[in-house]
Structures are given as structure tokens and as C-alpha cells.
Design a binder for this molecule. Structure first.
Ligand code: AMP
Length: 259
């Protein structure tokens, strides 16, 4: 496995038939499931490892976001990754950088974190242009992110197959997330109310009652930022964000359709 740090190095490598997995590191089984899928389907597997400042708000956790490149590189290599692209912020956003991709509003995270998806779409378009991947892999854990990027691919005529893979969860239902590392034992216990609430919401939806009300009731002990039914280009999702202590967690469950 090789580590590439600059766009120039990537171009010189002349990679063909690339499967790309964009990440911010602190790998867990959720990331590894994407790497393995790319390995099974693509000749060249590239992952990017970049904590993208453009998608963090001023009051968010950019500086404390977990970073351990050596650990991540070892896990990626074991999962069969060929190249890790780990650029600096200056490489991605050099002096004078001022072009941004704004994808139409989808509610939920977009409303709760103004500018977040602009940062995500911009960095992903850059990565798609740098690598020209045949396929790019994303997790359902961030269903809105996947929907925003699908829309960008469609609207800007990108020649790329965007794959969305199921959310990997711990045995107690909590979605794996790099941010789970911030949780104390007590907070980790309380965080279980997030997937429990979403499950209760889906059951209510199946019975014909209000999924949001049912989810909120089951999320006792948590103060959700939002619990919302979202239409992600024809797929109906129940999505929620909640703060557990100082950690903000997101999760979602599909009510109708397939991502
Ligand atoms: P991140 O490093 O958090 O930006 O995530 C990189 C990719 O991994 C994104 O496409 C996420 O949706 C995906 N991902 C994160 N957590 C999970 C999970 N628990 N299951 C599946 N995919 C995930």
C-alpha cells in the first residue's frame, strides 16, 4: 500500500479503474466494510484520509477530531487498500481557494449545520476530479450526505457510480462512528436511546402512526437536535441528531424505499 500526499503524486501514479472511499479517518468496521466492498468490485482501491475543515462549523469539533494516521494506514492495508491519499489542508485548499459547490437543501443535517454539505460536496467533487473513480463508496450512516452527493453527481453530470452501503452497528444497535470515542461509559449507555428511538419510529410508521412522535418518546434521556422524516430523492428516511454530553451523534433508518 502506498501513501500519496499531493495531487501531483496522484496524477503521476496514473491510476486506472479506481474505487474511491472518502473518509476522515479513525477507522472502525463501518469504514472497513466500504474498503472491502471497493476491494471486491474495483481494480484499484483508493481511500482518502482527510479531516476536511470546510465541513466543520466554527463551534464544532475539528481540532479534537480523532487522528491516528499510522493506525488507520495499518487497518487500510489489511483491508486490501492500494493507495491512501492523505493530503494537508493547504494541498486541498491552497491560498486563494474560493470555489464552492452548493447542493439544494434537504433539511435535517443541512439545516442543523449550515455550510456542512457545501464543505462535503466541495471536497468530494475535488476528490472525484483528482481520482476520476469509476465507483465511490459511502455509508448509509450518513444518508443525507449520500443523497447530497447523488444529487451533485446527477446535476453536474459526473461519470461515476455512487454506492451506498448499510450502516454497521454495535451489538446494542449504536451505529459505529468515529465520534463514539468521545463518549464516557455512562454516555455510551445513554446513546443507545438514539437507535432505539429510530426503531420505535419505524415500528410506529409500519402501524400507520407518527414516526417522529414515537421516536421522540423512545429517546427519553436524550435531547435531539431534530427528529425528521426526510425525502431523499424518493427514499423516505427517519433521521435524528442528538447531543450526548458534548458529543453530537447522528443516525437514520429507512422507512420506505432503498438508498
Ligand atoms: P467519515 O470518516 O465519518 O467521514 O466516514 C467515511 C465514510 O464511512 C462515510 O461514507 C460514512 O457514511 C461511512 N460510515 C461511517 N460510519 C459508518 C457505519 N457505522 N456504517 C457504514 N458506513 C459508515
Amino acid at each position: 500500500m502506498k501513501v500519496l500526499r499531493t495531487v501531483h503524486e496522484v496524477r503521476a501514479a496514473e491510476l486506472q479503474r479506481v474505487g474511491l472511499v472518502p473518509t476522515m479517518g479513525a477507522f472502525h468496521e463501518g469504514h472497513l466494510s466500504l474498503f472491502r466492498a471497493a476491494r471486491a468490485e474495483c481494480d484499484t482501491v483508493v481511500i482518502s484520509l482527510f479531516v476536511n475543515p470546510a465541513q466543520f462549523g466554527a463551534a464544532e469539533d475539528l481540532s479534537r477530531y480523532p487522528r491516528d494516521e499510522a493506525r488507520d494506514a495499518a487497518l487500510a492495508e489489511r483491508a486490501g487498500v492500494d493507495f491512501v491519499f492523505a493530503p494537508t489542508a493547504e494541498e486541498m485548499y491552497p491560498e486563494g481557494f474560493d470555489t464552492w459547490v452548493e447542493v439544494g437543501d434537504l433539511g435535517g443535517e443541512g439545516a442543523a449545520r449550515p455550510g456542512h454539505f457545501r464543505g462535503v460536496a466541495t471536497v468530494c467533487l475535488k476528490l472525484f476530479n483528482i481520482f476520476r473513480p469509476q465507483r465511490a463508496y459511502f455509508g448509509q450512516k450518513d444518508a443525507q450526505q449520500a443523497a447530497v452527493l447523488r444529487r451533485m453527481v446527477r446535476d453536474l453530470d459526473l461519470d461515476l457510480d455512487l454506492r451506498v452501503l448499510p450502516t454497521v452497528r454495535d451489538t446494542d444497535g449504536l451505529a459505529l462512528s468515529s465520534r463514539n470515542a468521545y463518549l464516557s461509559a455512562d454516555e455510551r449507555e445513554r446513546a443507545r436511546a438514539l437507535p432505539r428511538g429510530l426503531q420505535a419510529g419505524r415500528s410506529a410508521h409500519v402501524r400507520g402512526s407518527d414516526p417522529v412522535a414515537a421516536a421522540r418518546t423512545s429517546m427519553n434521556g436524550l435531547e435531539p437536535d431534530y427528529v425528521e422524516v426526510l425525502d431523499l430523492d424518493g427514499v423516505t428516511v427517519l433521521a435524528a441528531a442528538a447531543r450526548v454530553g458534548s458529543t453530537r451523534l447522528i443516525d437514520n433508518i429507512v422507512l420506505e424505499g432503498e438508498l
